[in-house]
Design a protein around this ligand. Structure first.
Ligand code: FAD
Ligand code: MLT
Ligand code: ZN
Length: 499
């Protein structure tokens, strides 16, 4: 076992002082500095949204947030911090779910929020180049008149309130998967280039907009999913996809979990190139979504007897063609001798289409409204999805923790198409007893299926001690060497990712 003491990673690092602040004031205007150390004495409440994560599970004690506007400003700040051995936490939309985006102690928070310019878009190649701080939804909105879409979509994309708007730099840094990875693939494929400020302040300009570039080591891949431990991503070049000319979705109610895999197989076979999402949710999490007002509840008759649901989306080039395929899939499913589904609720208007997606995209929020969520974002073989949820529930029952004052629900949802299950344990409070019942239990279970302890959310501070369940000692050793090579002083997001 690795010891779990992220704060140890901060030994040898210094806190921000008034002298540092005076230096930052030469780089940035006062409006771009929030600090309790400043002469104007910002109230610490202004730092709270930056010091606390989306789930309100991880809490930092930073005194200072800097919001640079340009790559040059980022470079000057990072260079100073490196000389002064000040830890830096790069922060995007702060929607990360593993505690990576908030300080372990009092590191400086470098927010990318003021870097939100779209640099260029080529509507022939589909290549979009943007500042890292661009909100994902803003990029989507920008691309609409250009008939393109960002090849990534997730529930945190919106701009409703501060704490749920992810940025493209954060997406790249977590290698976010999202709702349509099945169709558009991972960011390791769609990101064409990056601009990164390295830990000594050097600007690494790899912002190429080439589809093909085989000139040796592909350094940008190291920063995709590095969670801010190797440098600050300041610019992203990404391949946007042509906007589908027709999109449909349908919520399928299944009598039993065992039908999910045959349904996936049949759906892939019949819909082939137009299938763009296949998202699973169990009955309990669907009920939580309804209870907490996410989307519009299905009719009681459509839900009756359902053990779980699957949201299927198609995206294609010709409405009649796509509708014909989807309708014939639904007919064949309903008319089979042993139907795989009870019912299918097909969206017949853009409003219904959005309402069905709102159920799925609202699961994270519903779970958070219900209680404190222990979130395990794992890759396991598809046929083990239910077993993992059931075994975890049983473990908590055996430990006497399955009751309203401790664990309220154990639920599963996720991206079936990608083999990614979100196992969520919803509790009345975060307690050491629940954590001890869940860890290493869940990680050992995942390892027994040769799965991954993080399919898409990353390691952050939550799973540093568990990395060895998914990475060999040799892999971890080489990860540490890479970290030491880029960041010998250990200033970049200390206490994250590596044990
Ligand atoms: P932050 O949370 O600010 O940061 C995340 C990590 O990246 C931190 O380690 C931070 O230090 C680092 N970082 C951020 N910006 C930079 C930068 N410019 N340079 C270097 N490092 C940086 N994830 C999925 O994969 N799929 C989903 O479907 C999904 N859905 C979600 C739905 C909801 C409602 C929520 C709240 C979260 C969801 N997530 C999902 C989690 C996910 O990781 C993020 O939402 C997103 O990718 C993080 O982006 P962000 O800008 O908020 O980054
Ligand atoms: C999702 O798929 O909804 C996200 O990854 C967030 C979550 O796990 O809750
Ligand atoms: Zn997910």
């Amino acid at each position: 076992r690795w010891s779990h003491s992220p704060a140890a990673a901060l030994s040898g690092l210094n806190a921000v002082t008034e002298e540092d602040l005076a230096h930052f004031s030469k780089i940035l205007p006062s409006s771009a500095i929030i600090s309790t150390l400043s002469p104007s004495a910002t109230p610490s409440s202004e730092l709270e949204p930056f010091n606390n994560d989306w789930m309100n599970k991880y809490h930092g004690k930073s005194t200072t947030v800097l919001k640079p506007r340009t790559t040059q400003e980022v470079s000057e700040i990072v260079k100073w911090c490196n000389q002064r051995r000040i830890g830096i936490v790069p922060q995007g939309g702060n929607t990360g779910l593993v505690g990576g985006s908030v300080p372990v102690r009092d590191e400086l928070i470098l927010s990318l929020a003021n870097m939100s310019k779209i640099r260029s878009f080529d509507d022939v190649s589909g290549i979009l180049v943007a500042d890292a701080g661009c909100i994902l939804q803003s990029l989507s909105d920008f691309l609409v008149p250009h008939n393109h879409i960002v090849p990534l979509d997730l529930g945190a994309k919106g701009r409703q309130h501060f704490n749920n708007s992810c940025q493209i730099g954060g997406n790249v840094s977590t290698n976010a998967g999202g709702l349509r990875l099945l169709r558009y693939g991972s960011l390791h494929g769609t990101v064409l280039g990056l601009e990164v400020v390295l830990p000594d302040g050097t600007i690494l300009d790899q912002l190429t907009s080439l589809r093909k570039d085989n000139t040796g080591y592909d350094l940008k891949q190291l920063f995709i999913g590095a969670e801010g431990t190797l440098g600050v991503v300041t610019g992203v070049s990404i391949l946007a996809a042509p906007a589908p000319q027709a999109s449909n979705n349908v919520m399928l109610a299944l009598p039993k979990f065992e039908n999910v895999l045959p349904l996936f197989k049949e759906t892939k076979r019949q819909l082939s190139e137009i299938l763009s999402a296949f998202e699973f949710m169990d009955r309990t999490v669907y009920d939580l979504a309804v209870k907490h007002g996410q989307g519009r509840a299905l009719d009681p008759a459509d839900v009756e007897g359902a053990e779980c649901f699957v949201l299927v989306e198609t995206s294609g080039g010709k409405r009649e063609h796509d509708e014909e395929k989807l309708n014939s899939l639904l007919e064949s499913l309903m008319e089979a001798d042993e139907p795989l589904i009870n019912t299918g609720v097909l969206a017949t208007s853009p409003a219904q289409f959005s309402a069905l997606w709102a159920i799925r995209e609202g699961l994270t929020e519903a779970v958070s409204k219900e209680g404190k969520a222990y979130k395990y974002d794992i890759s396991v073989p598809l046929h083990k999805f239910k077993e993992v949820v059931d075994k975890t529930r049983e473990q908590l029952r055996q430990k006497g923790l399955l009751h309203d004052d401790a664990v309220r629900h154990v639920v599963g949802y996720g991206h079936v198409g990608d083999g990614n299950l979100h196992l969520n344990v919803v509790a009345a409070a975060y307690t050491p007893e629940i954590e001890a019942a869940l860890e290493p239990f869940v990680y050992e279970l995942v390892a027994s299926y040769k799965g991954s302890i993080s399919a898409e959310h990353g390691i952050g501070v939550m799973k540093t001690h568990a990395l060895q369940y998914s990475k060999s000692p040799t892999s971890i050793e080489w990860m540490k060497r890479i970290k030491a090579l880029f960041d010998p002083n250990g200033i970049m997001n200390p206490g994250k990712v590596l044990p």
